[in-house]
Design a binder for this molecule. Structure first.
Ligand code: NAD
Length: 270
């Protein structure tokens, strides 16, 4: 089986990546292939795994991801740095087991015209305005839903719902659900301006279209990277037909992971 290692530049990640590479090269069943891998192992944190996803985005339908975390526990990174030997053993006994998660399709049209631009997010995309309030019409399918005024809007995948979406008050969605979510970033709500004020969840046959109204420039992000600060005419978000696969050599129940990450130790005796 062909494996790519995608590591961040940290010293501890480098040590893990070097030991992993050596063990893979020693195995008769495994080989290193950075160009055409079947498995991509990210070594670092969730940010590294997101970068690995974008690096291999064009062949994402042919790969399965595995995350080793070398810092604190991540959401996409199941394996600890001291479990390299166990991971290599799982790779040698791989039988294609995987779990797949929804991705977010981003289609953006610019005021300057030209062909629409496409993007794919594993966590989320935001449309924000840094200077002044963002004023934008929000459509669900082709029907005007609300006129938004505030800092911006965040549209996230279920697996991204525990990331930036959570910080802006979005709900946490189990990634087994095929849905996307729109959450507001500091909306203005008073007698003059009114938005829903709560996150909403979009089904697979629906899409969200955001049409900025203010002349100030917006910033469009994908997984926290700026993809454009060109004047945007509209951005359409929908659940992608593509999904991302993770090799599932072991399973941590989603809500346990959420509880471990955000609640910590739960004392049932209190
Ligand atoms: P980063 O790599 O420094 O990550 C920031 C934190 O977000 C880390 O603790 C990481 O473990 C966590 N994270 C990332 N994806 C997650 C997920 N799906 N579920 C739970 N936690 C997750 O930041 P970056 O590389 O600039 O951005 C990567 C992602 O981190 C972004 O897509 C964004 O969702 C998230 N992020 C969140 C905030 C926030 O909550 N205010 C701020 C920055 C980045």
């Amino acid at each position: 089986m062909k494996i790519a290692i995608y590591s961040n530049l940290g010293e501890s990640s480098n040590i893990v990546a070097t030991s992993l590479k050596k063990k893979i090269e020693e195995s008769p069943d495994l080989s290193i292939d950075g160009l055409n891998p079947e498995i991509v192992i990210s070594v670092g944190g969730d940010g590294t795994l997101l970068s690995a996803f974008h690096h291999y985005q064009d062949i994402s339908d042919r790969i399965r991801l595995v995350g080793i975390h070398t810092g604190h526990l991540g959401f996409y990174t199941d394996w600890r740095d001291y479990e390299v030997a166990e991971l290599v053993d799982s790779l040698e006994h791989d039988n294609g087991q995987s779990v797949t998660y929804p991705l977010l399709d981003i289609r953006v049209n610019y005021v300057s015209g030209g062909p629409a631009d496409y993007g794919l997010a594993l966590n989320e995309s935001t449309l924000k305005q840094i200077s002044g309030s963002m004023v934008a019409d929000v459509y669900i399918k082709d029907t005007l839903f609300e006129s938004f005024r505030g800092d911006g809007l965040c549209v996230s995948t279920p697996s991204g719902s525990t990331a930036y979406n959570k910080s802006v008050g979005g709900a946490i969605i189990n990634p087994t659900l095929n849905a996307i979510q729109m959450a507001e970033i500091s909306s203005i709500n008073n007698r003059v301006f009114r938005t829903l004020g709560s996150p909403l969840i979009i089904s697979p046959d629906e899409w969200v279209k955001i049409v900025p109204k203010s002349s100030n420039r917006t910033i469009l992000t994908c997984d926290h990277q700026i993809i454009s600060n060109e004047a945007v005419e509209s951005v359409e978000y929908r659940i992608s037909k593509r999904r991302i696969a993770f090799a599932q050599y072991r399973h941590t129940q989603f809500w346990r992971r959420v509880s471990n990450s955000f609640i910590g130790k739960v004392n049932l005796d209190d």
